[in-house]
Design a protein around this ligand. Structure first.
Ligand code: PLP
Length: 387
């Protein structure tokens, strides 16, 4: 098998050909600035607004509640920094307090570090051994100045899904803004911001077949989140800068297809993931699967293999044409144990051997069977050499 086997869809996905096709005219033909008043610019504006409507509908929101950004990281930064800013504005400059979890992506955790440096409070809700947040913790950790609860929809490393509906209910009960980083969930799971009392939601196009460098932040109407980027009047003057029209159009197309295909694709991907996981757990000794078995993204199979390093295993699998990640894509290159695995209590001896396989709709059973054989070979060789 000489073809590459791509099993790192949590890191990024291939641009869907339909999305690429939809983008093309907005790069080459209708390149007008959407803020202009002539008809040529209106073409871009119309396409952008169509994408906004489509995305809004996909999460049961209104188009005016969708703000285009450069991706998940920017959306997360905006949500947290400006929620705290809003609190200061309405509370005589008092510093706000954030409730989050230790298993969030660095886009959240490093933003929280920065806000802590600026005098804001941050508390972490405990998670269980599968990474699920302990709900009762919200009330015990909450403070007088708590202004926002930010809990991810689904984890990028171990695939665990958080109890979003219950968190939303609890945040609403206490009058807190509820933000969720849905970067790994949007386009893969049905999301309902009304039903689940979600006030702000971050998503990123390149995780569901759209282009890189574009995403959105949903902000519920009535939440007067301050502007994040100042300049022109784009995005209702809350996020200035000429919009990435082709990117937004591509994201809209990818969102449409992801939602149309979601049900079928999830079923197929889950079947392949279960096959891969079953064989790895049956045929390789000293391995554990991390994350929740029940509340889990269908495409995620993450493991810890004792006695090896995940980094080295990923490099060896690469020589066999298999792309996998040894942890969060964004922290690849560092040999530190993953903060997620630490937070769920995985000892370093196991955490060092973390490998994450994230599947996509194009993967086949044949690829899974080949992958199992190569993983078996690589792990056996590494363990043999280590003796
Ligand atoms: N949040 C989560 C859960 C992610 O998995 C990622 C990317 O891996 C991000 C945020 C950052 O998104 P982006 O790459 O669009 O900045």
């Amino acid at each position: 098998m000489s073809k590459m086997i791509y099993l790192d869809h949590a890191a990024t996905t291939k641009l869907l050909p339909e999305a690429a096709k939809a983008m093309e005219p907005y790069q080459e033909i209708y390149y007008g600035n959407p803020s202009t008043i002539y008809e040529f610019g209106e073409k871009s504006r119309e396409a952008m607004e169509q994408a906004r409507e489509l995305i809004a509908r996909s999460i049961h929101a209104r188009p005016e509640e969708i703000y285009f950004t450069s991706g998940g990281t920017e959306s997360d930064n905006w949500a947290l920094k400006e929620a705290v800013h809003l609190y200061g504005r309405t509370h005589n400059g008092e510093k706000g307090h954030i409730l989050t979890t230790p298993v969030e992506h660095h886009a959240i955790l490093h933003t929280c570090n920065e806000l802590e440096q600026m005098g804001c409070g941050v508390s972490f809700l405990k998670v269980d051994e599968s990474g699920r947040v302990a709900l009762h913790e919200v009330e015990s950790v909450m403070q007088e100045n708590t202004c926002v609860v930010s809990v991810m929809y689904a984890n990028n490393e171990i695939g665990t899904m958080e109890p979003i509906d219950e968190l939303g209910r609890m945040a609403k009960k206490h009058g807190l803004i509820f933000h969720t980083d849905a970067v790994q969930a949007y386009g893969h799971l049905p999301i309902h911001v009304q039903r689940d009392n979600i006030d702000m939601l971050s998503a990123s196009a390149h995780k569901f077949g759209g282009p890189k460098g574009v995403g959105f932040l949903y902000i519920r109407s009535g939440i007067n989140l301050p502007a994040f980027i100042h300049g022109g009047g784009q995005e209702s003057s809350r996020r200035a800068g000429t919009e990435n029209v082709p990117g937004i159009v591509g994201m809209g197309k990818a969102a449409e297809l992801a939602h149309r295909r979601m049900h079928m694709e999830r079923r197929k991907i889950k079947y392949l993931r279960d096959y891969l996981a079953y064989r790895i757990l049956q045929e390789i000794p000293d391995v554990i699967m991390t994350g929740n078995r029940k509340y889990r993204l269908s495409n995620n199979a993450s493991f810890c293999f004792k006695g090896i390093t995940g980094e080295a295993a990923a490099i060896l699998l690469d020589t066999q044409g298999i792309c996998v990640s040894s942890g969060s894509a964004c922290s690849t290159g560092s040999m530190e144990d993953s903060h997620v695995l630490k937070a769920i209590g995985i000892e370093s001896e196991w955490a060092q051997g973390a490998l994450r396989f994230t599947l996509g709709a194009e993967n086949t059973k044949e690829e899974m069977a080949y992958t199992v054989e190569k993983v078996k070979m690589v792990i056996k060789d590494m363990r043999g050499n280590a003796r």
